[in-house]
Design a protein around this ligand. Structure first.
Ligand SMILES: [Zn+2]
Ligand SMILES: [Zn+2]
Length: 381
């Protein structure tokens, strides 16, 4: 379809593809994004953007002021880290580091944000305010967002709102999907240790049998989802020796933790043993603010047909540490179509689709121009 911004961005396709494939060939895991951070900082400086390095260890923030100043501001976030997975793609730019690959498309996320930075730096008169380009380390290991926040990200770079883009395999290229409210899950780990007393197999009535206790516990855990949580509130509990619990709301999360402890202690007591429950709250759920979700939808709809922007995508049980930023600033996380040529996220055959690059850049540029639009009264001065 004829969209003037997309037509202009097509001129950047070769350059962006080169950057994306270069990052793909040189993947770096959480908090080791040395080369990627240098690449990002070098490009931003080259395009005349003010760069702050080492935010939250490996994070990079680019600051771009418009030609016409205003006190409005926006933060755009991309993640830079790769995963410990052996790549099985047969491409010329396959990972050069054995056992590490960009299997979540963060190479594409970084490149799309770089593309937006370049375009907006060349078009400083197309918006009014300050844009912060946030390149975050360590999304996968859940810690990069918190590291940047602890390093005073939002004090040093005061922004009205913050947005992120994540690619979605199976969603066609040129399409977008989002939902307001809880969109991605909280990610907790739990370890339950039961202690019984030893005994001889011939006299089981004299011992507290931990094996039976554990079997009872695993069965009763399933009742948390089936009996303690409303069918409309999604939750999953898996249990091995330890396990993970994923949920979308504070209430469901509290219920899982409380019931898990009640069941473990209650069962242990009834079997004559003891239980210890460690419930680590790790990732928090991604909750999109309804008003900012609308703004993200509007920006996408200015780029592609409205029918290609889904405002009610299903919730995803995966976690995303952008949730930490959304807890402190209003904003939204948008999904961008990656098409169905590649494997699923976190699989050895996943690959970011370079055809999606200009749609991501286009989304960022549209969002900035929409949110930091020219105030006629200011620009008339
Ligand atoms: Zn991932
Ligand atoms: Zn990811």
């Amino acid at each position: 379809m004829g969209n003037r911004l997309l037509d202009r961005l097509r001129l950047m396709q070769a350059e962006l593809t080169y950057i994306r494939q270069d990052i793909h060939a040189h993947p770096e895991t959480a908090m080791k994004e040395v080369r990627t951070a240098v690449l990002v900082a070098t490009k931003l400086k080259q395009w005349g953007i003010t760069v702050t390095e080492g935010v939250g260890s490996m994070g990079v923030v680019g600051t771009l002021e418009s030609k016409v100043p205003s006190n409005r501001s926006i933060g755009l976030r991309a993640d830079m880290d790769a995963l410990e997975i052996i790549e099985k793609n047969n491409v010329s730019y396959v990972s050069t580091i054995f056992g590490i690959m960009h299997a979540c498309g963060h190479d594409g996320h970084t490149t799309m944000l770089l593309g937006a930075a370049k375009y907006l730096a060349e078009n400083r008169d197309s918006f009014s305010g300050t844009v912060y380009f946030i390149f975050q380390p360590a999304e996968e290991k859940i810690g990069g967002a918190v590291a940047m926040i602890k390093d005073k990200l939002f004090d040093r770079f005061p922004m009205d709102a913050v947005y992120a883009l994540h690619n979605g395999p199976r969603l066609p290229v040129g399409e977008f999907a989002i939902r307001s409210g809880p969109m991605m899950a909280a990610d907790d780990t739990c370890v339950v240790t039961f202690r019984g007393t030893g005994g001889h197999g011939a006299v089981p009535h004299l011992a507290a049998d931990v094996t039976v206790l554990l079997a009872e516990f695993i069965l009763s855990l399933q009742t948390i989802v089936s009996r303690n949580i409303a069918p409309t509130d999604a939750a999953v509990i898996k249990f091995r020796v330890g396990g993970t619990a994923r949920s979308f709301t504070k209430d469901v999360r509290d219920t899982i933790e409380r019931r898990m402890k009640e069941l473990a202690h209650g069962l242990a007591t009834s079997f004559g043993g003891t239980a210890e429950v460690i419930f680590n709250r790790e990732g928090i759920p991604v909750v999109n603010d309804v008003r900012f979700t609308e703004r993200a939808i509007r920006a996408a709809e200015s780029l592609v047909r409205a029918k290609n922007v889904y405002g009610n995508m299903p919730q995803i049980m995966a976690a995303e540490d952008f949730a930490e930023m959304l807890e402190r600033k209003p904003g939204a996380l948008m999904f961008i179509g990656n098409g169905n040529q590649s494997g699923e996220l976190h699989s050895p055959t996943y690959n970011f689709n370079d055809d999606a690059l200009i749609f991501g850049v286009g989304f960022w540029v549209s969002l900035v121009q929409q949110e930091l639009h020219h105030d006629l009264r200011v620009s008339a001065l």
